[in-house]
Write a protein that binds this ligand. Structure first.
Ligand code: SAM
Length: 261
């Protein structure tokens, strides 16, 4: 009997309708699949039923990893490691479909790592990921709403994002305290080129540091009141950070990079 470890965010999916819904999100047949945190292998089982070309899974927990080895034999390739420590861009020689009922304590860290490391050539075809609902709401938040912020801006930079559904705690064992949401991400065909993603992180950090204050102070701090940038991007400094759309933040990061080069 496997005892779930809270420290590793272990809440196993037990709802067959949801497992089916996740694996119906995108075509899997003959595709390479990469699953993050397979746990007891419930989702892995449903993925296998869809006849993928191959499944790679990464599981940090040694006990679960051994258990998966016994359960699936050589039907899947198990990487017993920490997803935050590996370089996915070097793992595969074709684009993968990524599935993950992510450990909630590190879900934004995993996603940020992928976005920051994304090269022109995406290593994945799409991501089908489960988050705590409150985090998913921030990822997909629209401009001028209270949930809109750094996470929405950074996640929407290179990816289109769609919400598939919300999921109740009863679909998991043990039951988490919060609702969850399933999101689908796929690459944008074009996006503002920012060479160093740290510049986008810095821009959003400084602007959202005081989200209720007007844009004047953070703008002056970063751009020294540069009127040319203001005119070019048509920014009204009396607005607040949540009133600027995502594209304006990408352009600000681009201009910031140009000024410093
Ligand atoms: N996919 C399974 C399911 O839906 O039933 C389990 C999902 S559970 C929310 C998260 C899984 O991620 C656990 O199996 C946990 O051990 C694993 N995990 C936690 N931290 C990890 C990390 N840093 N790298 C890889 N796996 C991790």
């Amino acid at each position: 009997m496997i005892k779930a470890k809270k420290s590793l965010g272990q809440n196993f999916l037990i709802d067959s309708n949801i497992l089916q819904k996740i694996t119906n999100t995108t075509e899997i047949k003959n595709k390479l699949v990469f699953e993050i945190g397979p746990g007891t292998g419930n989702l892995t089982n449903y993925i296998l039923k869809k006849n993928p070309k191959k499944i790679y899974v990464i599981e940090k927990d040694n006990e679960l990893s051994n258990n998966l080895e016994n359960k699936f034999n050589n039907q899947i390739t198990i990487i017993n490691d920490d997803v935050l420590k590996i370089d996915e861009t070097k793992l595969f020689n074709e684009k993968v479909i990524v599935f993950g009922n992510l450990p909630y304590n590190i879900s934004t860290e995993i996603l940020s790592k992928w976005i920051v490391n994304l090269k022109e050539d995406f290593w994945f075809e799409c991501l089908v990921l489960m988050f705590q609902k409150e985090v998913a709401d921030r990822i997909i938040a629209q401009v001028n709403t209270s949930n809109y912020g750094r996470l929405s801006i950074i996640c929407n930079w290179k990816l289109n994002i769609k919400k598939i559904c919300d999921i109740k705690p009863e679909s998991f064992s043990p039951k988490p305290k919060v609702d969850s949401s399933l999101l689908f991400f796929y690459p944008k065909k074009s996006f503002v080129k920012i060479n160093d993603p740290n510049n986008l992180e810095k821009i959003t950090r400084v602007f959202f540091n005081q989200r209720r204050k007007m844009l004047k102070k953070p703008f002056n701090q970063l751009f020294n009141g540069d009127q040319k940038v203001l005119n070019k991007l048509k920014i009204n400094l009396n607005l607040r950070p949540q009133n600027l759309n995502v594209e304006t933040y990408y352009k600000l990061a681009f201009e910031y990079e140009k000024l410093r080069s």
